[in-house]
Ligand binder design. Structure first.
Ligand code: ZN
Length: 641
């Protein structure tokens, strides 16, 4: 088994995603979503804001985190440019980078709000003003553009900014960290791109600021003038006292175990902890990140991979609190769960992390964008009365560009490489060039996943090589089979492949010759899912899943009154691919029942239960909801055993 230090994700530029499902979505992301977000950056004044300082600009006053919207768009564009030249997009990126660079101050500082609106208030409200968060996204954009295209222009700018931050914060300098984690994981990326260890040390410093007593955020609140403390009072205090949980300041990071507070912050913080722990060998940091992941996924995660049951804090409630129609489940939080799960896999290889990553990706994340790529969800409830719809943009616009950058970088989540080891995590089709020790190995992947569980891999090492090929068997999959060069694996080989030490993967340990083929077949039945009995929101409910996809009912197919539908135990459920529906999806159909109200006369209560009448139902993948006529939607149905 590869060790954490030697197992690495295969970089995006060496991966082509080519299966029909993802090729379509990545093309929509490139041709529709990324241009649509750019239009919004123009129309809302986010790009012109960089011209305000010299009198050439026009438009509304910048907001605190506009830099992060522009940065995430650049990052998304960079990933697509890594895969496909696009002169028009490249020109838009160059223009955005020039605008950003034009406001960099002589000392390296770079933030449009604190340069053009409130220059005297730099670094005065770390708890709620997102200054280091914006810096983190700028850094991620600079690294992405450099790694994807070799263009150092933004990397050099953000490295100067990071140097300024490093000169400002750290041991013997200022204490403090950002209320919204992000700079931590960004500095690790900058360290990996530049090999400058100060950035890694600064990331660790920021992590270690959390949970100190007296709290840095509480002390800061005490020093803020009242006119600057509005957000802090709203989010960082409860009943007049400092509440450290909202921004994960309740304990030093190595002592943290529970997913609390704002869900995106919690995921980004834990991702940064895993990054620093992996780089420095700090096992306690990784272990704490893993406990936070276990708390989130074991007791607080929606079946869609969404996180956050509480709207008031955009975050976690108590364990097992999972209301469906009132779910917050911000798109960014599901993205954060993808980021964290991916890092934890590389710390402790185990299929459970990729199972969660895949659940979040195909459901909680993918629902965040319409099929046409131009409308977005911020909140992702699991039921709707018909009034929740995607929007072209949001005033707080974190989700659309975050989603665009995740989809554009999907390839980097699909494979990992190590000495004599190749991992296939996601069945996305296409091709990947792996470096396994000193041998380059190309993997060709053909599949119609997630609609079909058959995957064909062709292994092409540059020379014959002994190598372990790890293929993920998703946790939802009840049965699988494998053939190598057309020969089904014998029982003894099956047992050996399963007992290889990475749970959730089958390992094919053999001498590979160019052109060897592997056919993996994952059984993909329709499955009923039930929630933990401690969740009052889920008791008596059932959800449908097929492969990695969670399903839902929509009024468009089923008429109104979805809450009255009951799915009897044992009712057969059919699945079929409908290429004319929603761009081509597998739909589920079943004979269900509906609570009758037609014979209900004479009041609110009676002594006999409502009658049931049989009726057909049709379910579609959750990610595809709200793409037709507006109406009700429901994931969790009533269960009748
Ligand atoms: Zn968001």
């Amino acid at each position: 088994m590869a060790t954490p230090r030697t197992l690495e994700p295969v970089q995006l530029r060496r991966v082509d995603v080519g299966g029909p499902f993802w090729a379509t979505r990545l093309e929509v992301n490139r041709r529709r979503t990324i241009p649509a977000i750019h239009r919004q950056l123009v129309e809302t004044g986010r790009l012109d804001a960089y011209r305000l300082h010299d009198g050439r600009g026009d438009g509304p006053t910048p907001h605190l985190f506009w830099d992060s919207d522009v940065a995430k768009w650049i990052e998304a564009a960079a990933y697509t440019l890594a895969k496909q030249p696009d002169p028009a997009l490249q020109a838009m990126v160059r223009d955005a980078v020039e605008r950003l660079a034009s406001i960099q101050q002589p000392d390296g500082y770079l933030n449009v709000y604190f340069t053009t609106v409130a220059p005297s208030k730099r670094w005065t409200n770390l708890g709620m003003w997102h200054e280091l968060y914006c810096a983190g996204h700028l850094i991620e954009a600079g690294v992405a553009l450099y790694e994807a295209t070799g263009d150092r222009s933004l990397l050099d700018v953000v490295a100067r900014y990071a140097d300024h931050i490093d000169a400002t914060f750290g041991p013997g300098r200022r204490a403090g960290c950002c209320g919204h984690p992000e700079i931590e994981l960004a500095l690790v990326k900058l360290y990996r791109a530049t090999h400058e260890r100060r950035y890694l040390a600064l990331s660790q410093f920021f992590l270690d600021q959390r949970g100190r007593r007296p709290s840095i955020f509480e002390e800061e609140l005490g020093q803020l003038p009242p006119e600057d403390a509005e957000l802090n009072l709203r989010y960082l205090t409860r009943d007049g006292r400092y509440d450290p949980t909202y921004c994960q300041d309740h304990l030093p990071v190595r002592d943290q175990s529970e997913a609390v507070g704002h869900a995106v912050r919690a995921m980004y913080l834990a991702a940064g902890m895993a990054d620093v722990g992996l780089e420095t060998g700090d096992a306690a940091l990784v272990a704490a990140a893993r406990r936070i992941w276990e708390s989130a996924t074991g007791r607080k995660m929606y079946v869609t991979g969404g996180l956050g049951s509480r709207r008031d804090i955009e975050g976690f409630g108590p364990a097992y609190e999972l209301p469906d129609e009132d779910a917050y489940a911000e798109t960014c939080a599901a993205i954060g769960l993808v980021l964290l799960s991916h890092r934890l896999f590389h710390a402790h290889p185990h299929g459970r992390y990729v199972d969660v990553l895949e659940r979040a990706l195909y459901n909680g994340v993918l629902a965040g964008v319409s099929l046409d790529g131009e409308r977005f969800f911020y909140e992702n409830p699991l039921a709707s009365s018909g009034h929740h719809h995607r929007q072209p943009w949001y005033e707080v616009a974190c989700c659309p560009p975050n989603l665009a950058r995740l989809l554009a970088s999907l390839g980097q989540y699909a494979y990992s490489e190590g000495p004599q080891a190749a991992f296939v995590h996601l069945y996305v089709g296409g091709k990947a060039d792996l470096v396994c020790g000193d041998v380059r190995v190309t993997l060709h992947q053909q599949t119609d996943y997630p609609w079909d569980g058959r995957v064909r891999l062709t292994v092409v090492p540059e020379k014959p090589v002994t190598l372990t090929l790890y293929l993920r068997v998703p946790g939802w999959c009840p049965a699988w089979s494998i053939s190598v060069n057309g020969e089904p694996l014998a029982d003894a080989s099956r047992a050996a492949a399963q007992a290889h030490g990475v749970p959730g993967y089958v390992a094919l340990d053999r001498f590979w010759r160019p052109g060897d083929t592997v056919e993996l077949t994952l059984a993909m039945p329709v499955q009923r899912l039930y929630g933990h009995p401690r969740s009052r929101d889920l008791v008596g409910r059932v959800a449908l899943q097929r492969g990695p996809l969670v399903y839902c009912l929509e009024e468009h197919d089923n008429g109104p009154g979805l809450d009255r539908i009951v799915l009897p135990m044992g009712a057969p459920i059919e699945s079929r691919f409908d290429e004319a529906l929603l761009g081509g999806v597998v739909v589920l159909s079943a004979e269900a029942s509906e609570l009758q109200e037609t014979d209900w006369e004479g009041g609110l209560y009676r002594t006999s239960p409502p009658a049931l009448h049989r009726r057909p139902i049709v379910a579609i993948p959750y990610f595809a909801w709200d793409n037709r006529s507006p109406g009700e939607m429901r994931v969790w149905l009533r269960d009748r055993s």
